[in-house]
Design a protein around this ligand. Structure first.
Ligand SMILES: [Zn+2]
Length: 186
């Protein structure tokens, strides 16, 4: 089977085009991310890694790929979009690993128990949790000095963990908690 190969404009590595993110020049919109790899026109490819994204920006990789001057706003827009996506995919894979390793307390009751036993290291609250739940959890976190973040919705957290809805998660392992908290830095 023939697999089309493309070069990452960040690190210069050649890979199957399906392992790369495609960027395309879309007229007045400028350069945009072509997730489906279907937009007509000249494409440029990038590994799905923050290093390659930063290298691309530093070397003005889009200017070279499209042979024109791409605006700083356009670079910034692509960077913001892909960084958000990278953060999401890292968080989801970390949560997946933590769940398999049984290092999560899932749901309000389990989280409250983990907190009272001093086991919760980081708490993740669904953005659409009720006001009441948010208030209760944040109160516990402040009292016990546990860091917390908002992420996703009850449904998206649920589907990540193979359940219908999940309102709140406590990470009960310090290493997983550290790695997850890092995603919110800078
Ligand atoms: Zn690369």
């Amino acid at each position: 089977m023939h697999i089309p190969v493309r070069t990452c404009i960040g690190c210069g590595t050649r890979k199957s085009k399906y392992e790369l993110i495609r960027l395309v020049l879309a007229g007045a919109e400028g350069v945009i991310v072509d997730y489906q790899q279907r937009r007509p026109g000249r494409g440029a490819y990038l590994c799905f890694k923050s290093e390659c994204l930063l290298e691309m920006k530093k070397r003005r990789g889009l200017d070279r790929a499209f042979r024109l001057k791409v605006s700083p706003e356009n670079y910034a827009k692509i960077e913001t979009e892909l960084m958000a996506l990278l953060q999401k995919s890292k968080l989801e894979s970390l949560l997946g690993f933590a769940a398999k390793a049984r290092k999560l307390a899932i749901g309000s009751e389990a989280v409250k128990q983990a907190v009272s036993r001093n086991k919760a290291k980081l708490i993740i609250i669904a953005q659409d949790a009720t006001e009441n739940t948010q208030r209760q959890i944040k109160y516990l976190c402040e009292k016990q000095k546990i860091p917390w973040v908002y992420y996703g919705t009850k449904n998206s957290l649920g589907s990540l963990l193979g359940k219908t809805e999940v309102v709140v998660i406590a990470v009960i392992d310090p290493i997983f908690a550290q790695n997850i908290a890092k995603l919110w830095e800078d």
